[in-house]
Design a protein around this ligand. Structure first.
Ligand SMILES: *[C@@H]1O[C@H](CO)[C@@H](O)[C@H](O)[C@H]1NC(C)=O
Ligand SMILES: *[C@@H]1O[C@H](CO)[C@@H](O)[C@H](O)[C@H]1NC(C)=O
Ligand SMILES: *[C@@H]1O[C@H](CO)[C@@H](O)[C@H](O)[C@H]1NC(C)=O
Length: 620
């Protein structure tokens, strides 16, 4: 009986992997859906089950770049972006606010995002310490509810704060610092009532691909979505070369490779050079970022050592086997510590470099390259190394002289040409044109049968400002204030089941407040977005996913396995994270941090009613 049920589940290919299920692969004949009559027929993707909404969403507003350079931004405006990657509508039940010139919230339909807008009054007669408001949502067709609170903490540096309260869903509460005026705080929710929800307040387990094995295993790599990092190894400035690259204008990440992997990144842009002392036979390999690696006097700096990169990746894969990790390596040329011209690699340097790369575990040697990698299903890579997955080296060898060894496929070190990639860099200097250019690029690919222009697309969601502006504002602030948050309203609302990029490549992944790089200070927007796009958005495209969307209620016995998988990605936790980093794992029942007790005379309700006396908050 039990075996029959397992087989039925496999035939239906609608189960998530159970804890050990990832090592069981479905018969290949089931790829195009089961040919079984009766209840299993519900296991097939059907266009009529789609829940994605194409409802028009109010336009959002880009952060004012001009104001970014100023310390005393006077704008009273804050934004809270909510992303809904579930088959249910998020319905706004009620709001109330005090001393807000605007408190604009609304429903978020399935598959869409809304940038809600909150205007702290700048009226001089107001007593600003009391300014605040609350928005109450329910998830339609379920018993689930959540709340968002705008709060004030004068005289703290970060005096506007947003509390996201998902405690009624069992997903905790978190107090976010509003990074500054006009910079959104973001909430991403995915999952479903039948299979459980997860949200962006915390990062879950590191092995999100393996946890979703049954959802993604048959999809070619060009039908996956994953976070990626730009100039991945520049998470520190190590100063191995004498140049003028500083943290402000050269550091692109706040987390090392191990933490980037834990926050979900799978595509890495690594630029590696041999750095030579005056005796050029004395050298070591470093990640670097320079304006031109072939120039006599490159401007830039070095980041992590290759040794550290390797041990960080090995640490992650030993803890989280089963993922596909893409290491795109570039530069591959020598540089002198003191300016003095590029050094092309000879056989000795190249061989030493390969000796280093071979220290990476879970390499995948001798893969079949007859089919381009982007067209191979995820399971082809995830099943390698007895299910421990692949760390794939893809080398841009253009700087390696001919005659010098440049790849070693038997060791899993491949030329980048084994995988056709459209790596789209906008090279534009502010957020809005970059966003519009990236959106136009992924919108031009129609991910529907017969897939005439299908491809693996890297969307570089990052700004390339000029050197002066970058140095003044810092790459970090340009990333985390105007640029990354725009992905969740402008970017998401330009995605659909047939429109999306494969890699969302960012600077400063996981970071939401300047220089806050500790684990509990990070936020899981990109992690949750990538999981939700694979789980929800792409599953609603029957040309991409033959199986019934894993988030819809299932007719077979696999529901509990699906629930388990979602819980494994985002373990159940109903605590509170405060903005100062303090975490309360078991808060007292009924504690809703930041909820006001008394609604003051003058409080405005969403329906327009204005209070004429103080009343107790009815939600207490
Ligand atoms: C952090 O903030 C919380 C809530 O305001 C407070 O109870 C706690 O004492 C603070 N912890 C520290 C270490 O300041
Ligand atoms: C407006 O909402 C408040 C709070 O929910 C409620 O007490 C009041 O009766 C409502 N007013 C109207 C006109 O519906
Ligand atoms: C509420 O505020 C209004 C406007 O300031 C004032 O006229 C009114 O007396 C207040 N009501 C009470 C009960 O204090």
């Amino acid at each position: 009986m039990k075996l029959n049920r397992i087989l039925a589940g496999l035939a239906g290919i609608l189960s998530f992997s159970s804890v050990y299920g990832a090592s069981i692969s479905a018969p290949s004949s089931s790829r195009h859906g089961p040919k079984v009559e009766g209840r299993q027929s519900t296991a097939v993707c059907s266009a009529s089950d789609a829940t994605y909404s194409s409802q028009k969403i109010p336009a959002g507003q880009y952060t004012d770049w001009g104001a970014l350079g100023l310390d005393d931004v006077t704008s009273g405006q804050q934004f809270v972006t909510i992303v809904n990657l579930t088959p249910h509508r998020f319905k706004l039940d009620s709001t109330h606010s005090y001393q807000m010139d605007k408190f604009d919230w609304g429903d978020i339909p399935s598959g869409r995002a809304r940038q809600n807008s909150v205007y702290y009054t700048t009226r001089l007669t107001a007593n600003p310490v009391d300014t605040g408001g609350e928005a109450y949502y329910s998830i339609e067709g379920t018993s689930k509810k959540f709340e968002i609170r705008a709060t004030t903490h004068i005289p703290d540096t970060y005096w506007r704060r947003t509390v996201i309260d998902l405690s009624a869903m069992g997903l905790g509460q978190r107090e976010y610092l509003d990074p500054r005026a006009e910079v959104p705080v973001t909430l991403v929710i995915t999952g479903s009532d039948s299979h459980g929800f997860m949200a962006s307040l915390t990062h879950g387990s590191g092995n999100w691909m393996k946890q979703m094995y049954d959802v993604i295993k048959d999809r070619p790599l060009q039908h996956l979505v994953m976070p990626g990092t730009h100039d991945s190894g520049m998470s520190t400035i190590s100063g191995e070369i004498v140049s003028i690259g500083s943290a402000a204008n050269t550091q692109t990440q706040g987390l090392n490779l191990y933490d980037q992997l834990r926050v979900g990144a799978r595509w890495f842009d690594l630029r590696i050079m041999s750095v030579h002392q005056s005796d050029t036979t004395d050298y070591a390999f470093w990640v670097a970022h320079v304006n031109d690696e072939n120039s006599d006097i490159p401007i830039g700096n070095t980041g992590e050592s290759l040794t550290d990169v390797i041990s960080e990746i090995n640490r992650f894969t030993s803890e989280n086997p089963g993922e596909i990790i893409f290491l795109k390596l570039r530069y591959l040329i020598g540089i002198k510590r003191l300016p003095g011209g590029a050094i092309r690699w000879d056989e000795g340097i190249a061989n030493n470099f390969f000796t280093e790369l071979k220290k990476i575990n879970n390499r995948c040697g001798n893969l079949d390259t007859a089919t381009p990698f982007q067209q191979r299903p995820a399971s082809y890579f995830m099943d390698q190394n007895d299910g421990s997955g692949c760390v794939l080296f893809l080398l841009d060898t253009s700087n390696i002289p001919s005659g010098v060894p440049s790849t070693s496929p038997s060791d899993g070190i491949y030329p980048a040409s084994v995988m056709a990639v459209t790596d789209h860099w906008s090279d534009l200097s502010t957020t809005q044109p970059v966003a519009e250019d990236q959106i136009a690029t992924w919108s031009a690919i129609n991910r529907a049968s017969p897939f005439t222009n299908d491809r693996f697309l890297i969307a570089q969601w990052l700004v390339s400002a000029d050197a002066l502006q970058t140095t003044a504002l810092t790459i970090q602030n340009i990333a985390i204030m105007p640029t990354n948050p725009a992905l969740y309203w402008a970017g998401v609302n330009a995605m659909s089941p047939t429109k999306w990029p494969n890699v969302l490549l960012v600077d400063y992944i996981g970071v939401v407040i300047t220089d806050q790089f500790a684990w509990n200070q990070l936020s899981a927007e990109l992690y949750t977005l990538a999981i939700g796009l694979n789980l929800y958005m792409l599953s609603e495209n029957c040309d991409v996913s033959a199986q019934r969307s894993p988030l819809l209620p299932s007719a077979t016995a696999s529901t509990s396995a699906a629930k388990l998988a979602l819980q494994n990605i985002a373990p159940s936790w109903n605590g509170i994270i405060f903005a100062n980093g303090t975490v309360l794992d078991d808060p007292p029942a009924g504690l809703h941090f930041g909820r006001v007790e008394v609604l003051k005379n003058g409080t405005v309700f969403g329906n327009g009613t204005v209070l004429e006396r103080d009343v107790r908050n009815p939600h207490l």
